[in-house]
Each structure stands twice: as C-alpha cells, then as structure tokens.
Write a protein that binds this ligand. Structure first.
Ligand code: UD1
Length: 432
C-alpha cells in the first residue's frame, strides 16, 4: 500500500559494461503513427493501420479517438482497425492533451470534417515553449474562427474550410500535417509554402492519397492540395522509426558493431550516416533493410548542427551526445530547433561526462569512461541518451521518470535484454 503523500516512481536500473550482441528490430515510427491515426478522423469508413508501435503516445492517441467516438479493434500484432461509430464528442480534453503535445494533430481533421473542434491548449513542455500559433494562424487563413479561452482552442468553420495559400514563417512538422489534413476536405486549393519535408509528412500524404485526397509536392517545401468532397477508408503500413533506428546505430557503435539492426531505414538516414562516417562509424547494409555498424579504431570528434529534414534531426541530438562523451577530443552540438533541449547535459555529467553549454551549443570533451549514477530522464530522447550511457557506464545506473522513454520506444528494455543487457524495471515511493 502506498502511504499518504507518496507516489510511485518507476525507474530502470542498468548494470553497465556488459557486451551486447544479436539482432534488434526497429518498430513503426511514432511520428508517422500519430498523424496517420489522427487522419482516420477524415473518413467514416474503416481504416486499417499496420506496423503501429505499442507506445504510450500511441495509446494516448487511441484514447483520444475513442473519446471522439471511434471503435478501435486489434486485428493482429501492430495491426488495428479504426472505425468511427458515433460522434460522442468534438473535444480533445486536457487530461489527454497534457500527456502528449501531438494531440494537437486532431484539430485539423476534426475541424475540416465536423466544422468544429475544441482542443485543450498544449502547455509548455520540458524542451521549450513549443507554441501552436502557426497551426492556428494557418487555419484562420482557411476561414476558421478561432478563440482561445479557459485553456481550450475553440475552432469553428460552419461554412466549411476554404483553400488558401499558407506561408509558414518557420518549418513546423505537426503544423504542416495539421494543415494538410485540414486542406484535403476544404473547398478549393491550398498551397503550403515552407512545408516540412520529413518522411513522416510524406507517409501521411501517401495514406491520405490512398483515401482519395489530391496532394502534390509532399517531401518538398511546397505542398499543393486540392480539396475533395469525401475520403474513403484504406489500409496503410507505417514506415520504420528513423529516430529509433539512429538510436540503435549509436548503441551498436558503442558496442563495436556486434549488433544487427533490422528495418533500418537507410533512405531516411543519409545525413545521419554521413555524420557517423565523420566520427569514424560506418553503417553497412548486409541485406534488405538490415545493417551492421563498424567503427574505426580511433573515433574523431565532430561538430553537429540540428536542422529540419533532410539534415540532422533534433530528436537524435541527445543520443549522439552520449556517444561523443567518450570520443577523444572536443565535439560540438548546436541545437537550432528547440531553445531548451540540453536538459540531459547535467544528467550525463553525473555519469562523468565533461560537457559545457554556451547558449545553444554544447562542447563535449571526450572522457575515457562513464561511471554509473542515479539520473533522471528529462524528456523522451534524453531518456534514450541516459539508457545508452547507462549501458556503457561502469557499475549501476538508475534512471528515474522513465515514462518519457515508454512514450516513444517500444519495449525498449525487452529489446535490450535480448541483446544481453542487464536491465530491469523497478519502483520506489517518492514524496509528493
Ligand atoms: C515534431 C516531432 C518532434 C520533433 C520536432 C522537430 C511529431 C509528433 N513530433 O514536433 O519529435 O522533435 O517535430 O523535428 O512529429 N513552432 C512555433 N509555432 C508553432 C509550431 C512550431 O513557434 O505553431 C516552433 C517550435 O517551438 C520549434 C519549431 O517551430 O521551435 C519546430 O517545431 P515543430 O516542427 O512544430 O515540432 P513538432 O511538430 O511539435
């Protein structure tokens, strides 16, 4: 029984330094699964999604769709049928949105299909303020009336959304996806300039086209959408997760390449593979979608700038920092996308890393080894960086607040155990 004033705090404990080997498989992409699930709102017909990763964020999106009135059935492992039965509610409530910012992805499709949507305002998050102003401005340009009151975005388009030319001041991934989903059922043509080019945006466009949407230019910075009256059901397989794949490649590099990575989406990781090569790490295809990682004897420090696709993803920055923390010399990582995404630095320092941060740049001076300590997971990707660090650190590392990790990595502890990692989950009581 938990005593009053206490709550349970889950942790992962890792005994570092054991060599890992074997095969590890990349799951479906979280950042493709979420928009594609939101897109099922655009039709009353059945949509089957395959290769859905079993992650907390995917569960939150399922809860959100059920709240709206969807029936979701499991057909097979990772295969789910989405069917809107009734319309219970056109509200995305705070308790779900606060668990996951990507809940904002239901705004575009809900407004476009039902002409009304009420979505809790995603608050700030650990990696920065992350506003949704660009989503809202674009929807207003398409004729929506938007009010923000009592913590909710209330959007109405009783006469339907109208096509418009949208010029995003900043590249936004979920913003591009939201507007694409709003535009497919809008009247007339929508042009999105300065659109995000991420593979997940392209995957969403692919699914929407199978549903009957008229979209051109996905994967470039100008997407043109001609609205259609209705969309139909479809069957769609989610692409592999390039961020999970990149995380596993770092893992493999740390263990000198005794790991085979299955479903490695090489085509989405060209830039990342180039950065690996500069460090002295080579990603070698050994079969269809399978790679092994080989590393040179002496690794080299490197300078990395995070930037929108096709460049280096902000979502791999923390994991590379773990790797660079044991590469001799001084490496530099500059974070250009989010203003506060170095919260893993103090945690890595607890493990013995030598890192200094000046403004948006971290200077990482390689040390000989890391040593186990108690740390916390500060956000999703930072938690992966902690796991990687714990696996190479001498002694035991205990990582608290691992719900962050479960938001985006499917069965990570099981996948790592299968490679021989000494890793287990536990809980402690914490005062509140
Ligand atoms: C998506 C990804 C996330 C990744 C990020 C950047 C999903 C579900 N999440 O997040 O994993 O880290 O892209 O690659 O796909 N911005 C504004 N106003 C807006 C929208 C964004 O100022 O209305 C700013 C953000 O604060 C940030 C930058 O634009 O500085 C890029 O953010 P964005 O691409 O929108 O990130 P997400 O789509 O939330």
């Amino acid at each position: 029984m938990i005593k009053k004033g206490l709550e349970l705090r889950e942790f992962l404990e890792i005994e570092g330094g054991h060599n890992l080997s074997g095969t590890i498989e990349v799951s479906g992409a979280k950042n493709a699964a979420l928009p594609n699930m939101a897109a099922t709102i655009l039709t009353e017909e059945e949509v089957i999604l395959e290769n859905l990763p079993m992650l907390l964020d995917v569960f939150t999106m399922k809860d959100l769709l059920r709240f709206i009135g969807f029936e979701i059935q499991k057909k097979d492992t990772g295969v789910y049928i989405f069917k809107q039965n009734t319309v219970n509610s056109l509200v995305a409530p705070y308790d779900l949105v606060s668990k996951m910012r990507a809940s904002i992805l239901v705004l575009g499709p809900m407004l476009s299909r039902f002409k009304y949507a009420k979505v809790a305002l995603p608050g700030g998050c650990s990696i920065g303020t992350r506003p949704v102003d660009l989503h809202l401005k674009a929807l207003e340009k398409m004729g929506a009336h938007i009010k923000v009151e009592h913590g909710y975005i209330i959007a109405r388009a009783y006469n339907g959304l109208k096509g418009a030319e949208i010029n995003f001041e900043k590249i936004t991934v979920t913003g591009t996806e939201n507007i694409m989903m709003a535009a497919v059922l809008a009247e007339g043509q929508t042009i999105i300039n300065n659109a995000a080019k991420e593979p997940e945006v392209v995957d969403l466009a692919k699914m929407l086209k199978k549903m009957g949407a008229d979209i051109q230019g996905e994967g470039t910075s100008r997407i043109i959408i001609n609205g259609v009256k209705k969309l139909k059901g479809t069957n769609h397989k989610i692409i592999p997760d390039r961020i999970e794949a990149g995380t596993f490649a770092v893992l493999s590099a740390l263990f000198d390449g005794n790991i085979i990575i299955k479903n490695y989406p090489n085509q989405y990781l060209k830039y990342v593979n180039k950065v690996f090569r500069k460090i002295g790490i080579h990603i070698i295809p050994i079969g269809e979608n399978e790679v092994i990682v080989r590393r040179e004897k002496n690794l080299r420090p490197v300078s990395i700038q995070t930037k929108e696709y096709p460049f280096f993803p902000t979502d791999l920055q923390a994991q590379f920092m773990t790797l660079l923390s044991i590469v001799k010399g001084v490496s530099k990582i500059t974070e250009n996308i989010f203003e506060n995404r170095f919260m893993h630095v103090p945690e890595l320092k607890r493990l013995g890393a030598d890192i200094k941060v000046e403004n948006r740049t971290a200077f990482i001076k390689g040390v000989k080894k890391l040593t186990g300590a108690e740390v916390k997971a500060t956000d999703l990707r930072a938690s992966a960086a902690m796991v990687l660090a714990g696996l190479i650190a001498e002694g035991k590392t205990r990582i608290y607040d691992i719900y962050h990790l479960d938001r985006g990595y499917e069965n990570i502890d099981i996948k790592l155990k299968n490679l021989g990692a000494k890793i287990y989950r536990g809980v402690v009581e914490k005062e509140i």
